[in-house]
Ligand binder design. Structure first.
Ligand SMILES: CC(C)(COP(=O)(O)OP(=O)(O)OC[C@H]1O[C@@H](n2cnc3c(N)ncnc32)[C@H](O)[C@@H]1OP(=O)(O)O)[C@@H](O)C(=O)NCCC(=O)NCCS
Length: 414
């Protein structure tokens, strides 16, 4: 038995943020019914296609373990079917532009009238305020949530990150809200509204930068590479590859960097293991030298320190660096490329990277459930074809006869 077995989800999500959320709930065992516009479907089915006329990896990698029904709730029969689905489901998740569900005739008030136990969860770009009506994609959220202004090299422009902290970040936050609401419902008997704005999710993930904003009022941020040689402005600056956790860290080149763009390592030169690090890189002299042998003395010349560390790492591969420094308790990690991650046997073993078979595209790799439950295994099942389960859902969940299904099809409702 899986953790969410018996929980049914009406999935009105598209693109990335909402589908991330419902995919996790599906991995936990919920029956996720993905509603797609007849003849159109989730736009990502056709986006960034690698194989003509086949569901894209964008879609397949975000919609595992779900069932798909095509349905237009704006049509008369479609509206009735949708109403029945609201009655039969526990949770509805959507991430359309603000007001889209209301325009379909299904406001939160109407949904509560149909099913008072319904948990209605939404991702939007922004919460109430000046930007509430904006449509938002990943990078807009990264820029408005504090990530871009605090990411990048010291003198460079703001940078967005490769991690989808706005889309997938908001979706994962929404999962937490939905599960809390589901638990509260066991006591209250009532559903509730669950909302997570992408700006809020990004800001939550940038929590330490808001910490630093307030520390700025009391003096310079000593662990930032700007200290002590550059002035701090009014806002938290970009800190390059500094670790941000109060321990000096940086990315250094490793053997082969001239040809391999990922031949780098991250090294944290924390005080607790500095002796071993200094000896290893051939700087035993630093241990007796008051210019180097305390964290305070090193603070003003971290760039010089990492240059010296790099002279040593450039003679080793990134994996050798790990092998040598890890036993010395020097926190470090190779910069792993997507190719290396895709091929990493340990990730295959834990199911974090899985191979899935798809009837139209064949085998492909995906990221499985990164959240491991000891009593609720997450098998990754391929994403549904568009409308693959329409009839099955209309028959078993909505209770329509074959004749009613045919009529709905002729009307264009499904
Ligand atoms: C992502 C986003 C920018 C995409 O915008 P978009 O492609 O213009 O799509 P919208 O959400 O505006 O609109 C979807 C339309 O399809 C309609 N639609 C959706 N499913 C339908 C269905 N099954 N049948 C009929 N119509 C349907 C909606 O009713 C809406 O129509 P309307 O604008 O006339 O009310 C927007 O949905 C958004 O801002 N979402 C919230 C934030 C978010 O999640 N962003 C990240 C996505 S990864």
């Amino acid at each position: 038995m899986k953790a969410l077995e018996g929980v049914r989800i009406l999935d009105m999500t598209h693109v990335q943020s909402g589908p991330t959320c419902t995919q996790i709930l599906a991995w936990f065992g919920a029956d996720v019914i993905k509603v797609e516009r007849p003849g159109v479907g989730d736009a990502t089915r056709g986006q960034l296609r690698d194989i003509p006329d086949v569901d894209s990896l964008y879609f397949t990698m975000l919609n595992h373990n779900k069932r798909s029904i095509t349905l237009n709730p704006k049509s008369e029969t479609g509206g009735k079917i949708f109403t029945k689905l609201i009655e039969e489901c526990d949770i509805m998740v959507e991430n359309f532009a603000p007001g889209a569900l209301d325009r379909m005739g299904f406001s939160w008030q109407r949904i509560q009238e149909i099913n008072p136990r319904m948990i209605y969860a939404s991702v939007k770009g922004f919460g109430p305020g000046p930007y509430v009506d904006c449509k938002v994609y990943e990078n807009v959220a990264q820029c408005t949530g504090g990530s871009a202004s605090t990411t990048g090299m010291l003198d460079g422009p703001p940078l967005v990150t490769g991690s989808q902290i706005g889309d997938s970040g908001a979706g994962i936050h929404l999962v937490a809200g939905i599960l809390a609401a589901l638990y509260q419902r066991t006591h209250s008997g009532r559903g509730q509204r669950v909302e997570c704005a992408m700006q809020d999710a990004v800001l939550n993930l940038c929590r330490v930068k808001l910490r630093d904003q307030q520390r700025l009022a009391h003096g310079p941020l000593k662990e930032y590479p700007q200290y002590p040689n550059q002035e701090f402005g009014e806002a938290v600056p970009r800190a390059g590859n500094a670790s941000g956790g109060g321990q000096p860290g940086w990315i250094v080149k490793c053997k082969g960097w001239e040809k391999d763009p990922d031949a780098y390592s991250y090294i944290v030169a924390q005080a607790a293991s500095f002796e071993g690090l200094a000896r290893t890189i051939g700087h035993e002299d630093w241990l007796q030298d008051p210019e180097w042998n305390t964290p305070e003395a090193r603070l003003g010349k971290l760039d010089k320190m990492f240059e010296e560390i790099e002279k040593w790492t450039m003679t080793k591969t990134k994996f050798e660096v790990l092998e040598i420094l890890n036993p010395l308790n020097v926190p470090c990690g190779p910069i792993l490329s997507m190719k290396e991650l895709a091929e990493e046997p340990s990730l295959r073993k834990t199911g974090t990277v899985v191979e899935v078979d798809h009837p139209e595209r064949g085998k492909y790799l995906t990221v499985g459930n990164p959240i491991k439950l000891s009593d609720s295994p997450s098998d990754v099942e391929r994403s549904p074809l568009m409308g693959e389960h329409t009839e099955e859902i209309l028959r078993d969940v909505v209770g329509l006869s074959d004749q009613e299904i045919n009529d709905a099809r002729e009307e264009g409702a499904i």
